[in-house]
Design a protein around this ligand. Structure first.
Ligand SMILES: Cc1ncc(COP(=O)(O)O)c(C=O)c1O
Length: 260
């Protein structure tokens, strides 16, 4: 009988692997993973945040089976799908702001960021995007093009992408742990070589996740939002830190970031 490790090596492409240890899992139960050898292992990463409510949570199992009992089609493309509309209504309810908003339902975080980048450039007619060094916005061509993660260094970037240092209090830009030097750098660039009228949006992880789990210094998010407010859209990528995981429903709410 082949072990899972060997079967995995023979069946799944290396391109899809970021392995740190030879862990082979056959199941999950709450905060535990169940190894092929029967061990119950505490999953401290919550499988990279994808199972923040635990593995096989009864409420999620119940919701998934309910959805499968009477499936309202497989998409929203050509007819109205009640569960999809309900989800969109719920998301609008959960998200502060009273502007004219709609939900776009995609497949993944990568897909969401890629689409957001296309939407902001199309809606504003401006070609440039600002993002941060170390940012991971996804693994599709369009989301990698606006990311700054070191694992994607060889990837073609969006034309005119402006990359800012993330305000890391432990490895501070210009020795300034307050993040003000990053704000000053952005102000300088907007007045010198980056024409604000050409910038569609700034993409931000309110806590930089795959780039090092970096929490911004107090006041940074607010200062950044104030700077963008007049002219530049701000897109918060909360794939890893949203929906309650930072203690508030949305991570951007920690500094009362404006939403309109
Ligand atoms: C901040 C952030 N954005 C986007 C993504 C991409 O999400 P997905 O893997 O669902 O495409 C990730 C995934 O780790 C992420 O951490």
């Amino acid at each position: 009988m082949l072990t899972l490790l060997k079967r995995d090596a023979e069946a799944i492409a290396r391109l899809q692997k970021l392995r740190f240890y030879p862990l082979a899992v056959v199941g999950g139960d709450g905060c535990y993973l169940i190894g092929e050898d029967g061990r119950r292992l505490l999953d401290f990463s919550a499988s990279w945040g994808a199972v923040s409510l635990g593995h096989s949570h009864p409420a999620i199992r119940e919701a998934a089976s309910r959805a499968l009992e009477s499936q309202a089609g497989a998409s929203i493309l050509s007819f109205i799908n009640e569960p999809a509309v309900e989800l969109a209504e719920k998301l609008l309810e959960l998200t502060p702001g009273d502007s004219d908003r709609r939900v776009w339902l995609g497949h993944s975080g990568s897909d969401a960021n890629e689409t957001a980048a296309r939407a902001v450039t199309a809606a504003t007619g401006r070609p440039r995007i600002i993002s941060f060094e170390g940012a991971y916005h996804g693994g599709t061509s369009g989301s990698m093009a606006i990311s700054g993660h070191s694992a994607q260094e060889g990837v073609e970037k969006a034309p005119g992408l402006v990359s800012l240092p993330y305000p890391d209090p432990y490895r501070p830009h210009e020795g300034d742990p307050t993040g003000r030097s990053v704000i000053a750098l952005l102000e300088r660039r907007l007045s010198e070589d980056v024409e604000p009228g050409k910038v569609a949006a700034l993409f931000l992880e309110p806590i930089q996740s795959d780039g090092g789990l970096i929490v911004t210094p107090a006041g940074f998010l607010k200062e950044l939002a104030d700077l963008c407010r007049s002219d530049i859209l701000m897109v918060c990528d909360e794939v890893k830190v949203g929906l309650g995981r930072s203690g508030l429903m949305h991570c951007f709410q920690h500094e009362g970031t404006p939403t309109n």
